[in-house]
Design a protein around this ligand. Structure first.
Ligand SMILES: O=P(O)(O)OC[C@H]1O[C@@H](O)[C@H](O)[C@@H](O)[C@@H]1O
Length: 757
């Protein structure tokens, strides 16, 4: 598939008033594919200058067949537009914690970060056409997906994070953790370099936002965001071409002449704390110490380029260690470590990769490592092995490299030795596999893999089981024209949000008001069909006149207009409860934060206060345990709820109750009749029993029966409609009884409380 490409990019710092230079900088940045290029200018370009700059950019872009749309940013000191991304986000994504501060400076950086993302959104909205795919790159633009989602709700948005994503335990340190995650979740799909990064991201969405997820998606704001892994590659054909020029060959001869008879180890790294140059030097020193017979035969040529945030401390340390190694193991005619702290010309760089006998990459954390991939291409004919840190995002794809833990200097020293004495056949075998991988998983393959996955994700969502959002005008019209109406509302997750402490989920005055108004209409029969016990329902909803209550999934009923409860399980043997409680207790002791709720008939084990992943794991174990013991012995059923497991007698369930209420329906005059309007709302699997049962009642006109699940449209359900959250439920109830904006006061607290989970 071929695409028309439009590159929307920041110009980068415009370092002087000359628009020509600005444009050249931007063009160079853009054509090098550097996405992390936002920059500012103290001087505002005039319109003429902007046009001039734009023309120059367009000319540059036309040369490689693309279109560049520059984002111009003005005002203040230029570095401000990068500050948050590079001073706060970048270190954290690489597991580096900053010094504690009063946060004032960070706040300013954050505001600039927001503006920076908005500037991109403005530019994209100017040129966007329906059907376009917007592909957002990297950590400078994490808010952009959500800003665009608000402005262009139907846009196709993919995001790729080139950097690592840390464990949620680390990500939580950010004060703006919610905003950043929510920002990313405006995408249809988010790609990461390595599986562990995607796993950490999903875990952060579960733990920080309380969103539901699978191993390949996160449900956010009613949509399913696909999460996938796309390790990036290089333009292998271009490297193969560029490493085979006359200039490179000349340089190769020159380098060999400098180190006759020596084995060359090569390294090229940015001089920051994550590329592991210090670890590499320690390991090399250890190698010299462990294998003295090798010392004179080996040279380490280390190229370094300056870090984003220049680190004088690291530079000093590197120089000290190098001086120490060279002082200890060097001689007048020989220096074991050759350090070149400068950008070398590309021809020299490729020549070095070609003449090297070994490449040594010891990053302690990085998204991907280009040098390792380029080295593999350059070693096509000479087969030098590659030592690679297991902490680089590239490790997952280069499995035929020699993997090391850079913190283990003895281990790395041994690996260096093993590679230097490795048999030629073994080297050739490893290189063949690596070469095949790098030349197959190229940057071109990466682009098409990302885009095809995004397209297929979009296509599958368009045609799959997406449940439409409740058609409120339609429901309202059917309600108006009906006179025998039946309402069935689940409680937790439907009328009240799920919160950490079940007893805290009490109905708001708005919910009570809407229920009261609905129930007071004689044409309406309103029921709460809940897993809660009688005491809870009675205490919080019992005061509403003409409200029917069904507790513990149908074990107890309080009919409309009655004060007394009817126990459907009276004759049922409750001996099973002890066995269930014992098992629940066993898991409670082993799952910190979990607890047992004992009701009259049903028993519930809650893990909403436990670690979400461990809780879910223990729940699966517990469910198996129960199904292998209790359910084979007694006529009871295990149900999976929202962060809970419940056991209750099998013969009562919400489906049976719903069916019964339709069959027993009596009109205003007490005559048996079929309801001509049914609204049934619920959020979890126990409510699916109601939806299924209602579908099967032949007497019901299905066009007048509204089954509504509360949750995202992507949720698997038998309901016909969906609403996002309890706030929307209350809003639609309010509309039926003429209350406007009833959800106003619920909105924020619902969202907030739900996310606390
Ligand atoms: O059926 P509902 O109203 O969603 O309730 C489900 C469960 O929700 C939990 O929060 C309650 O503690 C349980 O007792 C209850 O069974």
């Amino acid at each position: 598939m071929s695409w028309e490409t439009v590159l929307v990019a920041w110009t980068g710092e415009i370092i002087n008033y000359d628009a020509r230079i600005a444009a050249q900088v931007a063009a160079a940045t853009a054509s090098a594919g550097n996405h992390a290029a936002p920059v500012m200018n103290e001087f505002k370009l005039t319109e003429t200058e902007q046009t001039k700059a734009k023309t120059l950019l367009e000319e540059a872009a036309a040369k490689n067949g693309s279109t560049i749309v520059p984002v111009f940013l003005y005002g203040g000191e230029q570095g401000r537009w990068r500050a948050y991304a590079e001073q706060v986000l970048w270190p954290l994504l690489h597991y580096i914690l900053g010094e504690p501060s009063d946060g004032i400076e960070e706040k300013k950086w954050w505001l600039d970060y927001v503006k920076f993302n908005e500037a991109f959104a403005d530019k994209i909205c100017e040129i966007y056409k329906p059907g376009d795919i917007i592909w957002i790159h990297d950590y400078h633009l994490l808010l952009l997906p959500q800003i665009l989602r608000q402005r262009l709700p139907k846009a196709y948005i993919g995001t790729f994070l080139h950097a690592p994503f840390p464990s949620s335990e680390y990500f939580r340190y950010l004060t703006k953790r919610r905003e950043l995650l929510e920002g990313m979740l405006g995408s249809n799909m988010i790609g990461f370099q390595a599986y562990s990064f995607s796993r950490h991201f999903i875990s952060a969405c579960t733990r920080v936002l309380g969103f539901e997820s699978t191993s390949a998606s996160v449900d956010a704001f009613g949509a399913r965001v696909a999460i996938d892994v796309f390790p990036i590659g290089i333009d292998a054909a271009r490297v193969a071409r560029d490493m085979d020029t006359a200039a490179v060959r000349e340089n190769m001869v020159a380098i060999r002449d400098l180190y006759p008879g020596k084995k060359i180890i090569v390294g090229r790294d940015r001089l920051d704390s994550v590329r592991g140059v210090i670890q590499k030097l320690h390991a090399f020193e250890m190698f010299c110490q462990m294998y003295p017979e090798m010392v004179e035969k080996v040279v380490l040529i280390q190229l370094t380029s300056p870090a984003y945030a220049h680190s004088a401390k690291i530079e000093k340390k590197v120089n000290e260690i190098i001086a120490h190694i060279n002082g200890t193991y060097g001689m007048l005619h020989f220096t074991p470590v050759q350090h070149y702290p400068q950008q070398v010309a590309r021809d020299e760089y490729f020549a070095l990769l070609r003449v090297a006998d070994l490449a040594l990459i010891t990053s302690v954390r990085d998204g991907m490592n280009t040098t390792s991939l380029e080295y593999v291409v350059c070693q096509r004919d000479s087969h030098g092995p590659l030592i690679l840190s297991e902490f680089t995002g590239t490790a997952g794809m280069l499995t035929d490299s020699i993997m090391v833990n850079p913190w283990d200097s003895v281990g790395v020293a041994k690996a260096i030795h093993a590679c230097l004495v490795m048999k030629p056949e073994r080297k050739a075998e490893l290189e063949a596999k690596l070469y095949k991988h790098v030349t197959t998983h190229t940057i071109q393959a990466w682009v098409s893999q990302f885009l095809s996955k995004l397209v297929s994700t979009l296509a599958s969502y368009d045609h799959s089981h997406m449940t439409p959002v409740l058609d409120r005008p339609l429901m309202h019209a059917k309600y108006k024209s009906a006179s025998r109406r039946l309402f069935m509302f689940d409680y937790d997750g439907t009328l009240a949000p799920i919160v950490k402490e079940p007893s805290a989920a009490i109905p708001t005055p708005r919910v009570l008001d809407a229920l009261e108004r609905l129930a007071s209409d004689s044409r309406n029969q309103v029921w709460i069909i809940s897993g809660r016990d009688q005491a809870f329902l009675e205490q919080h909803l019992g005061g509403i006149h003409r409200l029917g209550l069904s507790a513990e999934h149908g074990c107890f009923l309080r009919r409309i207009g009655s004060d007394s409860w009817f126990n459907l399980t009276e004759t049922f043997d409750m001996g099973w409860q002890k066995d269930v409680i014992d098992i629940f207790q066993y898991y409670t002791e082993r799952t910190q934060g979990s607890f047992v709720e004992r009701k009259r008939a049903a028993v519930t084990w809650h893990y909403r206060r436990a670690d979400p992943e461990y809780g879910a794991f223990q729940a699966r174990e517990c469910q198996n345990h129960l199904e292998n013991t209790v359910t084979s012995k007694y006529d009871v059923e295990v149900m999976t709820g929202k962060a809970n497991l419940e056991v209750r007698p099998r013969f009562v369930n919400k489906g049976e109750i719903a069916k019964g209420l339709v069959h027993e329906y009596k009109d205003f005059d007490g005559r048996a009749a079929t309801p001509d309007f049914v609204l049934c709302m619920g959020d979890d699997s126990t409510d699916e029993d109601m939806f299924r049962a209602l579908r099967k009642v032949d007497a019901l006109d299905q066009d007048c029966s509204f089954t509504v699940t509360i949750g995202p449209s992507s949720k698997m359900t038998t309901a016909t409609w969906h609403l996002i959250d309890p706030a929307e439920v209350v809003k639609s109830m309010g509309e039926l009884v003429g209350l406007a904006d009833v959800a106003q006061e619920m909105g924020s607290s619902v969202v907030h409380e739900t996310r606390l989970l």
